[in-house]
Design a protein. Structure first.
Length: 309
């Protein structure tokens, strides 16, 4: 069982058009509305591939009712914590060339009691789990050290923790020694102050985060695939993709990695295959087995071979 934690879930409305032009009235395709938030997306991807997962999240307001309705319609297992505020609603514009523009609300203000109830619900759901995913931003009112605190509590239960966060939230979690972190290229660069435009640069930056507490780093690099730095060494994987929407692709990548217990080059290849499949799908739809092509993935050890062009 893999449990996901989304402290700041959302309703994600996605519209597709040929090109975004500021100040103009534009005609889009019919909009999709999906349950959103990084952890929610990981659970959706796992569920689409028949892997047991439970999503822990707060819900409140009309948007929260719609969100839980969407999750129920997909058949997802959830542990919802009621809050006084309303769940945020995000807007995504996906252009024909694959360019994605996102407008994200900050989310509801959580009280101290709501933050405590949310953390307790996670720890309760995590008993007996193989992995817990702490993913995405924190809403106003949640302390920056929340992921670090939860990582410690989960480790006390013997549960491994994967973290997908950015900026100060990611850095604040590293001393708690998460078992794997999944930054993208921009997040990896921001966390280390190093340039990250190639797989080798991603590997160099990942080693910095290992020195600060992470036990493994899975860095997603968009069209360049992903790099894994762990006890087995440094590996890069890449797969061709026809971009349609990048929303949720990183979450699908992490889900694929966890589906093979987040270990080794086979897990990396699966992660990249799931991410490439997600990019080719509309909105934040998660890939199912028929969408995923493992045969298209190339994996190399960066320390010994040239990265494929």
């Amino acid at each position: 069982m893999i449990v996901t934690f989304t402290a700041n879930p959302s309703l994600d409305r996605t519209a597709e058009l040929d090109a975004l032009v500021r100040g103009e009235v534009l005609r889009t395709s019919p909009a999709r509305v999906d349950a959103g938030g990084k952890g929610v997306n990981v659970t959706r991807a796992l569920h689409a591939n028949e892997i047991d997962s439970v999503a822990v999240l707060p819900t409140g307001g009309y948007e929260g009712q719609q969100l839980t309705g969407l999750l129920a319609a997909e058949g997802l297992q959830t542990r919802c914590v009621p809050i006084a505020g309303r769940v945020r609603a995000n807007i995504t514009i996906a252009e024909a060339d694959g360019t994605t523009t996102k407008l994200n609300e900050p989310g509801p203000l959580l009280s101290e009691g709501e933050v405590t109830a949310l953390g307790d619900a996670l720890v309760h759901a995590a008993r007996g789990a193989s992995w817990v995913v702490l993913a995405g931003s924190l809403p106003p009112g949640a302390p920056e050290g929340l992921y670090a605190e939860l990582t410690g509590r989960l480790h006390d239960l013997g549960v491994r923790v994967a973290v997908d966060a950015e900026g100060p939230l990611l850095r604040a979690t590293l001393p708690a020694r998460p078992d794997v972190i999944k930054p993208n290229d921009e997040e990896l660069s921001a966390a280390t102050g190093l340039p990250v435009s190639t797989p080798q640069q991603a590997a160099d930056a990942a080693r910095v985060l290992l020195a600060h507490g992470a036990r493994a780093v899975l860095a997603s690099l968009g069209a360049q695939g992903a790099v894994l730095v762990d006890d087995a060494g440094v590996h890069h994987a890449h797969a061709p993709a026809r971009p349609r929407s990048t929303v949720g692709a990183g979450d699908a990548t992490l889900a694929g990695f966890l589906s093979l217990d987040a270990s080794g080059s086979d897990a990396l290849a699966t992660a990249v295959a799931w991410g490439a499949a997600a990019v080719s799908l509309p909105g934040s739809r998660m890939p199912s087995p028929e969408d995923i092509d493992l045969t298209a993935v190339q994996v190399v050890a960066l320390d010994s071979e040239e990265v494929p062009k």
